[in-house]
Design a binder for this molecule. Structure first.
Ligand code: ATP
Ligand code: MG
Length: 316
């Protein structure tokens, strides 16, 4: 059973212009997506830069205004309802931001940064609060003396860990992790990812994992949605997406993963050329006359693809 459902979510930014600064058009940053979240599962959101991934995450936690659609959390409609700072929804849904540096107040010490969510949501005495902060630092593998330091005194990987500590401070149910490792060295990336997996198992956390890196998403996620221009082109289990991709855009993304094994490199190059050719030829089956992605249709219990019915029949 899912604890949260997102139904046909839309976030449109008005573009203003002209003499009277009126709204002349909209940026359709998120344009009708639906998802649901189950306890302990990790969901991936993949797509090229500017397709609306961060906007999706930010609108779910209430940092962007939702233009249409709804978010239902444990049976309650919480769409655009983040004003109450102490609500269960705000406590249970946390986010790790794409840019951990600018998401932390540079004038605050780590202990105050971590105390903020604790004060908002948990009623602790000063001693309990201090103990909880030490505990959080220990969970993310940071020393006790980090408490008195400022964000700029840490490396990128350490700051990302502090971002994780802040996100887990209130024992949330869902963490939205927006490119949590893309700014880090490969070795540190693996460390942080494995660490995120460990705490997921330990606390039964769910993740919405946002990334443009298909390798990272494969490693982390049970379900994956592929996003293009504010819409999902395909959605399914890890197996559906990696072993049985149907949408031409998904195939193109997968074929663009750089390969490091020399065997079969020539074959894969031919495959890439074929995918690229199909992308041009079959475009109409996957995008309408305005270039908009169709609505998703189910092709199995778990696998959904946005394409015309003839493309779906032909593709199987
Ligand atoms: N405040 C805003 N006002 C107007 N347009 C915006 C605003 N924020 C984002 N956009 C536009 O919305 C679209 C989606 O942006 P978003 O940041 O969600 O992309 P993204 O998928 O997270 O990209 P990246 O991988 O580069 O982080 C982009 O076209 C962007 O220009
Ligand atoms: Mg982003």
């Amino acid at each position: 059973m899912s604890f949260m459902q997102i139904n046909d979510l839309k976030v449109h930014y008005p573009i203003r212009g002209g003499f009277f600064n009126t709204i002349v058009d909209n940026v359709y940053a998120v344009d009708g997506i639906s998802m649901e979240f189950e306890k302990g599962k990790a969901y991936g959101l993949v797509g090229e830069s500017g397709c609306g991934k961060s906007t999706t995450g930010k609108s779910i936690i209430g940092l962007e205004k939702i233009s249409a659609g709804s978010i239902i959390y444990e049976g309650e409609n919480v769409t655009n309802k983040r004003r109450d700072r102490t609500s269960a929804y705000n406590r249970d849904i946390q986010m790790i931001f794409q840019d951990s540096h600018s998401s932390m107040n540079p004038r605050k010490r780590v202990q105050d940064i971590l105390a903020e969510p604790i004060r908002n949501f948990l009623k602790l005495t000063p001693q309990e609060e201090s103990r909880r902060i030490s505990e959080l630092l220990a969970i993310v593998g940071m020393p006790e003396d980090a408490k008195l330091k400022y964000p700029h005194e840490f490396s990128g990987g350490q700051k990302q860990r502090l971002g994780i500590a802040r996100a887990i401070a209130t024992n949330p149910k869902l963490i939205i992790a927006d490119e949590p490792v893309s700014a880090l060295d490969l070795s540190v990336q693996a460390q942080v990812l494995n660490f995120m997996k460990d705490i997921q198992d330990e606390y039964g956390l769910s993740y919405l994992f946002i990334s443009h890196d298909l390798g990272v998403v494969k490693h982390m996620c049970d379900y994956i949605s592929i996003m293009y221009k504010g819409r999902f082109v395909e959605s399914g289990t890890k197996y559906d997406i990696y072993e049985n991709p149907q949408h031409i855009y998904t195939k193109r993304l997968l074929s663009a993963i750089p390969d490091i094994t020399p065997n079969g490199r020539e074959d894969r190059k031919l495959e890439r050329i074929e995918v690229e050719r199909n992308y041009q030829v079959e475009h109409k089956q996957y995008f309408d006359e305005n270039g908009r992605v169709y609505n998703l249709s189910p092709i199995s219990d778990t696998h959904f693809v946005a394409a015309t019915s003839s493309a779906l029949k032909g593709g199987n």
